[in-house]
Design a protein around this ligand. Structure first.
Ligand code: UDP
Length: 381
């Protein structure tokens, strides 16, 4: 009775489900959790503060198409996201930019600024690993400072490895920025959904053509053809429609080639009977502590008049696959990517079986990239 089955109810799955339903398909979307929204799920805590249950999600994009699409389902709280790194008593703007340079180098800053700009150009976004390779001694000195004070310890916590040992694209997400823009993202459009992310999902999935099933694993409803033909079965019968799979592919196949490595996180929420806990929505602990960052939610939700506050500390860890643990980040390197390709080979032969999203594609996507890919996929299906 369904034309399409969507596994996973985060942005990837929800956008595809909506788009297919609008094309008159009958869609079933399932999720293993008890709620919609995937890792973007947010809710009011017992104190009435809107928290992001799975860590801070700040929407930003240069894509007008994505911004317009999501704006069908929400208005925006125009949040200006600035992050500081807590280094001793100092709070330095991150990404490291020309303001940070001035705070660190004082009188030497104007000369250093000239040198940086003549090497890379005004407004350039320079990956730290690239700056470290610059032949000039003074630029190397800056690079070393940034590496040691912004990247090394944070990355060791987050990934269990140094920035030099992980995919360079990861540290490249937070470049050295040759401007005085203290924002974390420079994208054209940015903000937080005015009434939260969960409401976007409620609206997106509120369509006659969509059925939602929660607390349901992909393997509860889907199985591969027992005869070995490359067909998918839905609840015990051959299924000829489309399957859009956004979950962890290794787990769908019982980890038959071994587990795909992911990083996970423990979130420790704390509530304080005072108006504010810290100076910014997100403070990164780049040289100390076991957690990577603290998020104070009232900045994100705009609940600035409340007299108390809720924060969350993020403690990274390896993903082991045990009950209740969540795989947040793919660990892209040649070995893991090759393992992923082995799993992918199991499904590329299945007609109408599509992989989409951070987990299913084993990639580090932002929300906007996922939405864009979901829109493209829905056009192709
Ligand atoms: N990073 C860092 N120090 C920082 C911020 C980021 O070392 O203060 C590195 C770290 O390796 C992190 C990566 O840059 O995993 C990407 O950071 P981003 O803020 O994009 O991570 P996300 O918010 O997606 O977890």
């Amino acid at each position: 009775m369904y034309d399409s089955i969507v596994i996973g109810c985060g942005f990837a799955g929800a956008v595809v489900a909506r788009e297919l339903a609008e094309k008159k398909k009958r869609v079933l979307i399932i999720d293993s959790r008890s709620h919609i929204g995937g890792n973007c799920y947010d809710r009011k805590d017992e104190y009435g503060i809107l928290i992001h249950q799975y860590g801070p999600h700040i929407f930003h994009t240069n894509s007008e198409r994505v911004y317009r699409y999501l704006s069908r389902f929400t208005e925006w709280y125009p949040f200006r996201h600035e992050v500081v790194g807590k280094i001793g008593e100092k709070e330095l703007p991150i990404p490291f930019n020309l303001n940070t340079l001035e705070m660190v180098y004082g009188e030497r800053a104007p000369e250093l600024e000239k040198k940086l700009i003549s090497s890379f150009g005004e407004g350039a976004r320079v990956p730290i690993l690239e700056l470290m390779n610059h032949p000039d001694d003074e630029l190397q000195e800056i690079a070393q400072y940034v590496y040691e004070n912004i990247f090394l310890k944070y990355t060791m916590k987050q990934w269990g490895k140094s920035p030099k040992e992980i995919d360079p694209a990861v540290s490249g997400r937070v470049p050295v920025l040759l401007s005085r823009d203290n924002r974390y993202f420079q994208d054209r459009f940015q903000g937080i959904p005015l009434h939260g992310y969960t409401e976007i999902f409620q609206k997106m999935l509120d369509h006659d053509g969509i059925d939602i099933r929660l607390n349901c694993q992909g393997t509860d409803v889907l199985s591969l053809d027992p005869e070995g033909d490359v067909k998918v079965w839905f609840e015990g019968n051959p299924f000829h429609g489309d399957v859009i799979f956004t979950g962890a592919l290794d787990e769908f196949f019982g980890c038959r080639y071994g587990r795909l490595p992911y990083r996970s996180l423990d979130f420790h929420f704390e509530h304080y009977e005072k108006p504010f806990y810290q100076s910014h929505a997100v403070v990164n602990y780049t040289v100390s502590e076991e957690f990577t960052r603290i998020t104070e939610f009232k900045y994100l939700s705009g609940q600035l008049d409340m007299e108390d506050t809720t924060i969350v500390k993020e403690y990274p860890k390896a993903y082991s696959g045990s009950e209740g643990e969540i795989p947040y980040y793919a660990i892209n390197n040649p070995e893991n990517d090759a393992l992923f390709e082995k799993y992918k080979a199991l499904v590329v032969q299945i007609p109408g079986f599509y992989l989409l999203g951070r987990l299913a594609e084993y990639k580090y996507y932002n929300i906007d990239a996922i939405v864009e890919r979901a829109l493209d996929l829905a056009e192709r299906v």
